[in-house]
Ligand binder design. Structure first.
Ligand code: PA5
Length: 442
């Protein structure tokens, strides 16, 4: 279960201020729980873990098993934003850093950029693999995944024939509307639904995340169980509730201490994409109406040798939230060297993770001394269960936090601005006027 430690903030904030923000978070908690806040038609994610039907888990496993039976060794997962980052986060966190997972296909991602080189190299890779594809788009109309899917679909049809290609494609989209839904119905793809009341960045525990994670060979039942236990644990309106504590403290640091940037810090590269998922969740949920805390991230200790300088001594605008992993899943002990030319014998017999923990502690003290408050969110180890808990914890806290900020967490109006310009520049039918206007500005 997720634990929180606010000790690294205590020298910065006063008790009375924290109490005031706890009260704000209690009010926001009530708003979220009662469904009376802005965007309340998008809070279906709140009860997803406890309401995940057994048949959905079985269907995810059935896709995995049928593709394993075909000997598929590469699954291209197409999606962007909330239709991409949760699955990538889980798969990166749970995979071996170097070796493939035995008995499971490699899962790669596309449709999250418009790089021609990326797609050309994906084709190179598909050429030497036995390929299937999961295409994910709630709206079914997002340009980046649509472009990638057009290319991958054609590739699969040319390689395997239309009928077999259709068996190698699974679509995750809206129940009724959108181009992807129409296409999937016409082509007879196996289709999963993104519930109407769950927005993209809150959808990792729907088929959006569950299908790719299951196909990659990971235990989605354990992930849902972790989220379900978090759903239960975070349901109490109490000052011990870590989601309420996190929402209260980050808003206090922002409002009273002008901390405009929150850095999510990890000391395990497997959690780099947890930070990417978290950045999208908080960035798209809170960054609007001229408000919000800018979400940034670092992966230490690598980034202590780059961003560490800025965090220690640069503009004092940030606070940190460290995702602490209490136990390493693996052991490597540093050996004794009779010559000791590298002068590391003082570490002989020590676990590498002990050095990592001391780097983490030393950095915490240094950053606090340097004026950077620090919160710590802990899980026992990296596994499916704890990832499920972390997903739910950050989602739930995000809802509370955005309501403290008096923001609708569940819309993203700003995302449309670039799209309109891009469509105008690409001469999309229907954008003739904008096209003319934008060209005059060039
Ligand atoms: O969180 C969100 O709603 C967005 O990031 C979407 O997930 C992203 O824009 C992709 O949208 P879609 O799934 O409709 O293709």
């Amino acid at each position: 279960m997720v634990k929180i430690n606010l000790g690294g903030c205590s020298s910065f904030v006063k008790d009375a201020e924290y109490k005031e923000f706890l009260n704000k978070a209690f009010t926001a908690f009530d708003t979220l729980e009662s469904g009376s806040g802005a965007g309340n038609d998008f809070i279906g994610w709140k009860n997803l873990p406890s309401e995940t039907p057994e048949c959905l888990l079985k269907e995810c496993e059935a896709v995995r098993d049928s593709w394993n039976a075909k000997g598929i060794d590469l699954v291209v997962t197409i999606g962007i934003g909330g239709s991409y980052l949760g699955a990538r986060c889980a798969i990166e966190a749970l995979s071996h850093n170097f070796l493939p997972k035995q008995g499971a296909p490699k899962v790669v991602f596309a449709g999250n950029n418009l790089s021609e080189e990326y797609l050309a190299e994906l084709i190179d890779y598909m050429n030497v693999k036995n390929v299937a594809c999961i295409v994910i788009s709630k709206s079914g109309t997002t340009t980046e995944p649509a472009v990638a899917f057009r290319i991958v679909k054609k590739y699969l049809e040319d390689k395997y024939g239309a009928k077999e290609a259709a068996e190698r494609i699974v679509a995750v989209t809206d129940a009724k509307k959108g181009a992807l839904k129409t296409l999937s119905t016409q082509e007879g793809y196996k289709t999963f639904v993104v519930p109407d009341n769950v927005g993209g960045r809150f959808s990792v525990l729907t088929p959006v995340g569950l299908i790719p994670i299951a196909v990659a060979g990971f235990d989605v039942r354990a992930m849902i169980q972790g989220a379900k236990d978090a759903e239960k644990a975070l349901a109490s309106k109490s000052e011990d509730n870590p989601a309420i504590q996190y929402a209260a403290m980050r808003n206090l640091l922002h409002k009273n201490y002008s901390k405009a940037v929150e850095i999510l810090v990890t000391y395990n590269p497997k959690f780099t994409y947890l930070a990417e998922w978290w950045k999208q969740l908080y960035g798209e949920s809170e960054g609007k109406d001229g408000k919000g805390i800018f979400p940034a991230s670092v992966t230490n200790t690598a980034d202590l040798h780059s961003m560490g300088q800025f965090i220690q001594e640069g503009s004092r605008v940030m606070f940190e939230t460290v995702v602490n992993i209490e136990n390493s899943n693996r052991e490597v002990v540093i050996g004794q060297d009779p010559q000791n030319l590298d002068q590391l014998n003082y570490l002989a017999g020590k676990h590498v993770e002990h050095c990592n923990a001391m780097a983490q502690l030393g950095t915490k003290i240094a950053h606090i001394d340097g004026g950077v408050p620090q919160m710590q969110v802990s899980v026992e180890c990296i596994n499916e269960y704890n990832l499920g808990s972390l997903f739910y914890f950050f989602e739930f806290s995000c809802g509370i936090s955005a309501y403290v900020l008096e923001i609708n967490p569940f819309n993203q109006p700003g995302v449309e601005a670039y799209k309109k310009n891009m469509f105008a520049l690409l001469n999309k039918p229907g954008y003739e006027e904008q096209s003319e206007a934008i060209r005059k500005r060039l």
